[in-house]
Structure formats: structure tokens, C-alpha cells
Design a protein around this ligand. Structure first.
Ligand code: F0G
Length: 355
């Protein structure tokens, strides 16, 4: 088993004596997508970094292995986090693995079932609050002042350090950094982490270019785009239902320094992109993850006034979209009906197939 600490130890805040808590996270596929590439045209190549294939089915595991390992090193008895679902699932799993306690503070009624069941199954103490993620994070910051708790939200720099390894993997697989990198933005830790990773790898001589970073928020939860705190964020993409991101400044810095952009996509665009990616490329992701795909479609359609138009990008540009979480995390966000049963014989079944 080779997790991100084993693979990238020299780039991470660990020492010889850090006890490594790992589930073999990272090394996720970078999938070349011919139909997505065709949507962009002009010989551009689009790749999807499928982070739903981590041990708890989201990108959070990359940072959690580092944060929990370091917490154990410091003798922490418990980790605590606020979450829209995935951080709590990941924290619960790594705490279970480490044999320490975990408490997760969640906005009541706003966590996808697949994520909630993970936190419970891994044995975390689940506390729901009458408030949103931003309120939960405020409380967790206060709890973090107690000596017995280590906060494992991305306000903990160990999380960001671990998450940057996704950029390393992409550089290694492509032989250089891509020209453009698209990803969903919620608490804004991941875009910060990727940018750190790309810069660090270039400084280490592993790559020659830096990508333009393009971040996408849900239109109803877009504080960075609108440059103001959103008190009541709303979106079908519950993972990025955040009105006051913790890494707001570092994300805007990354976007500006990279020559990228922040943009918004509507809930309808997110759900259409989720369905399209599953049915056209065979990659099923949760709604928040589809924001990067919806964003790519928006960039290709000058008519919709994208913040960053692909009309003028170089021919043959290489574009990576990170999709952050697995589709099975949130099946309720994908409405479908189970067809009624037919008689168990070939002709009836053939008729039901209908092609
Ligand atoms: N995609 C998914 C599936 C997420 O769970 C998150 C964040 C993001 C994108 C956005 O990443 O916050 O680094 O900008 N989820 C956090 C959580 C907030 O609690 O699970 P970000």
C-alpha cells in the first residue's frame, strides 16, 4: 500500500518519527476524456482527475492522512471538524484507523445520506446544529482552543499540504503541468492546495509551466465571485454550500497569480453536467464535483459570458478538471425512477429493453 505520505514524504510536514495513518489514498486516475475534449475543440485535450476513487470516496483523504498523522504525533486524543459531509466522512475514517476519537459538527438536514452513513459507520460522534456550515466552522474554531481537540478542517495547514499532492500526480502523469485547471470551490482549500502543489513542483524542477486556475462556485453560494459573504447560501451541490470560505484570500491570490478566474454555475447547469459526465464519459460524481464540468461547458460558450473564455486559448491546450467526490455519496441528488417489473421471459424483457 502506498498512500500520499509514502509517495511524497519529502514534500510533506512529516518526520521519520511521525506515525503514519493511511488508507492508501491518492494515486487516483487522470482520465483522458474524448467527448469532453470534443466539446472544447481545436485539438485541446481534457482530462478528469477522479478524486471520488479515494478510500472514503473524496479528495479529503489526501489531506486527512497528513492531518491525522500529525495529530497523533502530537498526542491528540480527538479530532474535530465542521463539514458539509466529505470532511466528516474522511476525518471519521482516519480517526478510526488511528484509534482516536472524532467529533463532527454538521448543518442539520444538509448532509447527503451517503456521507452521513460514513461518519456513523466509522464511529464518529455526530453532532448536528441548527445552522449552516459557516456556523459549524465558527464553533469548531472555538473547540480547537481546547488542548484535547485538533481541528482537521482545511484551516489546519496539514490538510492543505496533503491535498497539494494531487497536483504532483497530474504533473507526473502529463510530464508537465496542464495549461488550465478547473475545480469546484467551497471552503476554497483545494484550489489553494493545487496552486501550492503546482508552484512547489515547478520550483523543484518537475515542471516548466503553471496552469491558470479556474474555480467554480454554485450561483447560490458564491461569496468569492460576488466578493461578499453570503449569509444564506443555497445550492443542490450541498458540499459547496458555503457562504464565508476559510481560505478565501489564498484562493483569490491563487486565481490572480495564475491568471485564472472565478465563475459561477447554476444548479441546473451542475445537474446537467453531472448527468452528461456519467452518461457520456462513464464518470459518476456528486453534484459539487460536476461544477468543474459545468464550468468547462460555460467557458466554451462565449454566449453565456464566462469569466474566462476558451475562445482564445492556445490550440492543443491541456485542461484538467478535478472531480472531487463520488456520485454514490449523494444518490438523492440524482432523481430517477426504478422501472416496473416485467414477466420473466425473453420476449417481455426484449420489449422492455426497447432497442
Ligand atoms: N467538492 C466536494 C465534493 C467537497 O466536499 C468540497 C468541500 C468541495 C468540492 C470544495 O472544496 O472546500 O476545498 O473548496 N467540502 C468540505 C466538507 C467543505 O466539509 O466536506 P474546498
Amino acid at each position: 500500500m502506498r498512500g500520499v505520505i509514502a509517495r511524497y514524504r519529502a514534500y510533506l510536514p512529516v518526520t521519520e518519527t511521525t506515525p503514519i495513518v493511511s488508507l492508501g489514498e491518492g494515486s487516483t486516475p487522470l482520465i483522458p476524456c474524448s467527448r469532453l475534449s470534443a466539446r472544447v475543440g481545436r485539438g485541446c485535450e481534457v482530462f478528469v482527475k477522479y478524486e471520488g476513487l479515494n478510500p472514503t470516496c473524496s479528495f479529503k483523504d489526501r489531506g486527512m492522512t497528513v492531518a491525522v498523522s500529525r495529530a497523533v504525533e502530537r498526542g491528540a486524543a480527538a479530532v474535530v471538524c465542521a463539514s458539509t459531509g466529505n470532511t466528516s466522512a474522511s476525518a471519521a475514517a482516519y480517526a478510526a484507523r488511528a484509534g482516536i476519537r472524532c467529533a463532527v459538527i454538521l448543518p442539520a438536514g444538509k448532509i447527503a445520506r451517503g456521507k452521513m452513513v460514513q461518519a456513523v459507520a466509522y464511529g464518529a460522534k455526530v453532532v448536528t446544529i441548527e445552522g449552516n456550515f459557516d456556523a459549524a466552522l465558527r464553533i469548531v474554531r472555538e473547540l480547537g482552543r481546547r488542548p484535547d481537540f485538533v481541528v482537521v478542517n482545511s484551516v489546519n495547514p496539514d490538510r492543505i499540504a496533503g491535498q497539494k499532492t494531487a497536483a504532483f500526480e497530474i504533473v507526473e502523469e502529463l510530464g508537465d503541468a496542464p495549461d488550465l485547471h478547473l475545480l469546484p470551490v467551497g471552503n476554497a482549500g483545494n484550489i489553494t492546495a493545487y496552486w501550492n502543489g503546482y508552484r512547489e513542483y515547478r520550483e523543484a524542477g518537475q515542471s516548466t509551466i503553471l496552469p491558470a486556475m479556474l474555480g467554480f462556485q454554485a450561483a447560490g453560494a458564491a461569496p468569492i465571485f460576488y466578493k461578499k459573504i453570503i449569509e444564506q447560501p443555497e445550492t443542490v451541490a450541498s458540499a459547496i454550500r458555503i457562504g464565508n470560505p476559510a481560505s478565501w484570500k489564498s484562493a483569490t491570490d491563487a486565481i490572480a497569480a495564475s491568471g485564472g478566474a472565478i465563475d459561477i454555475v447554476s444548479d441546473a447547469e451542475i445537474i446537467d453536467a453531472q448527468r452528461w459526465l456519467a452518461s457520456e464519459e462513464g464518470i459518476f460524481v456528486e453534484p459539487a464535483s460536476a461544477a468543474s464540468i459545468a464550468g468547462l461547458f460555460k467557458c466554451c460558450s462565449g454566449a453565456r459570458g464566462p469569466a474566462y473564455s476558451f475562445d482564445s486559448i492556445a490550440e492543443g491546450s491541456r485542461i484538467v478538471c478535478t472531480v472531487t467526490g463520488h456520485g454514490l455519496k449523494d444518490p438523492d441528488a440524482f432523481p430517477f425512477s426504478i422501472p416496473s417489473a416485467v414477466a420473466p421471459n425473453e420476449s417481455q424483457v426484449m420489449r422492455a429493453i426497447g432497442f
